[in-house]
Design a protein around this ligand. Structure first.
Ligand code: G6P
Length: 616
């Protein structure tokens, strides 16, 4: 969380920094701030409101400079106050720093610095780091070479425990920015006579498509014309410049009111892109270019572990149902944050799958590293190209869902489920799935974008249903088998964006507790499968109706669903059972969006959340 940006170059610096912050705001929006350098002096403005408020203040103050740094904050150490907003200055006034991450040993360092006479204005761990840099700077001889600034940052970082992506500027080294990372993402954009440092390509792509992804423990010294990359331990590194294919247009809101709405409607295209070029010529299986595992090696896998956080964890649960059913490989699903500290015993033939939209979630990255440390093969399903998880996994599959800006994940989720379904097919076909079953599976997948579009075409009707329940303060989402994860996702979506309390349960499990909540005030959304558990789910609906609960059912067309049993019915197309989780997701997303928008919630930036969680 937190977004940092730094710029030195030919364009007006405040414009570049503010535009960068706008594109990083999904990483946290508790406060924002900017420091630019003019006539050798720091000009700093901060706001405890959103980036737009800061942008207005910057325009009003006519803030100008030649280069600078900026930050958008997701609060960890210290409340949302101006004093705690970044950038932070050293108490001698020489340094200004923007930081993403957590300095875990900051209290110890702070004690040391207080004894040396340094003073602090904020409660943050960041202010400790900037003063530590000032301390190391003063310790070096004044006649030290031109690297004195870089060296003082490097030396300070050697004493730091925890995570950081930082950008630092120094009044005695004008036109230079030093940036470094450990655990928090940091990317250098390399332009013609300009350089930009940011937490995400989104803030860079306006200026250049040439980027250097910093790895952990790397530090970069930047001027407008030049940059040099090295490790914290002082080894020089040859920078590898990548070209990013990042389209600014894809991240524009267009005619939609919110990114969440736009991204819900992006789904037919995102799903098409997840499949593009990934079916065999005979149309009976899927193929992936980046697995780095041969069919023989995949055949050796006798267990799969999926790790992720949040919505991606729900996609893992769908993957469990699909892979166990169609490939007959036992699957376990773990919260990444639990797995990395649990020391779970894993058989040597366990393949570890990591799912992450951003590819930067720190707990998920931690789980990946733990699995690799233990010698397991790791594969990742990631949306953001070039992200840390994508680079560190042994192989993987890009989702190609396009930029997802809304904090509540929508198109990334259905695209993860699509990739998981394709993986189930792939693994199934190198085991027991027949040629004709494979062909039927491929055909079913290919129909999904059009089926999703047909549900989106009903969006006005779904919205009208959702608005009947806008005043509810509690909701239940219930589904069985591969629709149980969609019940969890439906509940999560609603609570994230509308702040309504919602719980997802397996429909049958409702009898063992949640049924106590049933009343006319607590509506239930039932996700009704086409096959197997269809009749059982209808019985569960009867149980709710018998207790005067209101029911919205999401069921398939073409069946004999008893319409009069429920208060509201949303029909989705008949489909192959493997893809019903994708189709059933669309109405719950539309409902969550409609209710949140009607309640006047900040749909794209819900309170307390951030899209990319880079602290533990
Ligand atoms: C945060 C976001 C969620 C997201 C989760 C995992 O909690 O608010 O929307 O599902 O992180 O993110 P990832 O990028 O790893 O999929």
């Amino acid at each position: 969380m937190c977004g940092i940006v730094g710029y030195v170059g030919k364009h007006p610096v405040t414009r570049v920094l503010i535009e960068g912050l706008r594109r990083l705001e999904y990483r946290g929006y508790d406060s924002a701030g900017v420091t630019v350098v003019k006539d050798g002096q720091f000009q700093t403005l901060k706001s405890t409101e959103r980036v737009e408020a800061l942008a207005k203040d910057v325009a009003k103050a006519k803030l100008q400079g030649t280069y600078g740094i900026a930050h958008t904050r997701w609060a960890t150490h210290g409340g949302v106050t101006l004093a705690n907003a970044h950038p932070h200055h050293s108490s001698d006034g020489l340094f200004s720093l923007a930081h993403n991450g957590v300095i875990e040993n900051y209290l110890k360092i702070k004690k040391f610095l207080l004894e040396k006479g340094y003073t602090f204005q904020s409660e943050t761990d960041t202010e400790v780091l900037v003063n530590l840099i000032a301390y190391h700077y003063q310790k070096q001889p004044v006649a030290a070479d031109k690297n004195r600034f870089l060296e003082s940052v490097r030396r300070s970082l050697r004493h730091v425990e925890g995570t950081y992506g930082i950008a630092v500027i120094c009044k005695e080294h004008l036109g230079e920015i030093v940036a470094a990372r450990r655990g928090s993402p940091l990317i250098l954009g390399v332009g013609d006579g300009e350089h930009i440092i940011a937490s995400d390509v989104a803030a860079i792509a306006l200026h250049t498509q040439s980027v250097v992804y910093l790895n952990d423990e790397e530090i970069v010294h930047v001027t407008d014309k030049d940059f040099s990359l090295s490790t914290i331990d002082e080894d020089d590194i040859e920078a590898v410049i990548h070209t990013v294919d990042w389209s600014i247009e894809e991240a524009e809101l267009g005619a939609f009111k919110h990114y969440m709405e736009k991204e819900i409607f992006d789904q037919p295209v995102a799903l098409e892109n997840a499949m593009r070029g990934r079916f065999s010529d005979d149309g009976s299986t899927s193929k992936f270019g980046g697995l780095n595992l041969s069919p023989q090696e995949l055949r050796q896998v006798d267990r799969i572990l999926f790790c992720a956080c949040g919505t991606a964890w729900h996609a893992c649960l769908v993957a469990e149902y699909l892979i166990e059913r169609y490939a007959r490989i036992p699957v376990e699903v773990e919260y990444a944050s639990e797995f990395r500290y649990r020391n779970a015993p894993l058989d040597k033939n366990t393949l570890v799958f990591i799912l992450s939209q951003s590819g930067e979630t720190i707990d998920t990255l931690g789980a990946l590293r733990e699995a690799k440390r233990k010698g397991h093969k790791t594969l990742a399903i990631v949306n953001v190209v070039g992200s840390t998880i994508a680079r560190e996994a042994d192989g993987g599959i890009y989702q190609h869902a396009g930029p997802e800006i809304g904090v509540a994940s929508t198109k990334a989720f259905t695209s993860q489920v699509m990739v998981a379904a394709m993986m189930a097919l792939h693994l199934g076909r190198i085991r027991d799935m027949s040629y004709s079953e494979g062909q039927a599976f491929v055909e079913a997948l290919k129909q999904v974008p059009a089926q999703v579009q047909s549900i989106l075409d009903q969006s006005e009707a779904i919205k009208a249903i959702a608005l009947k329940y806008v005043d509810a303060e509690d909701f239940l989402f219930l589904g069985r088998q591969n629709l149980f994860p969609i019940a969890l996702e439906g509940a999560l979506k609603l609570k994230e964006v509308s702040y309504i309390h919602a719980e997802g349960y397996p429909a049958a499990e409702m009898k063992h507790g949640p049924i106590a909540l049933i009343s006319p005030e607590c509506p239930s959304v039932f996700l009704v499968a086409q096959e197997d558990t269809y009749q059982k789910t209808i019985s569960n609906i009867q149980e709710v109706k018998a207790r005067k609960g209101r029911v919205i059912a999401i069921a398939h067309e073409g069946g004999d669903f008893p319409k009069d049993l429920v208060d509201d019915l949303i029909l989705i197309p008949e489909c192959h059972p493997a893809v019903q989780p994708i189709l059933a997701t669309i109405p719950v997303q539309l409902m969550a969006y409609a209710i949140a928008a009607a309640r006047g919630c900040d749909v794209d930036k819900p309170r307390n959340l951030a899209k990319s969680v880079t602290v533990e």
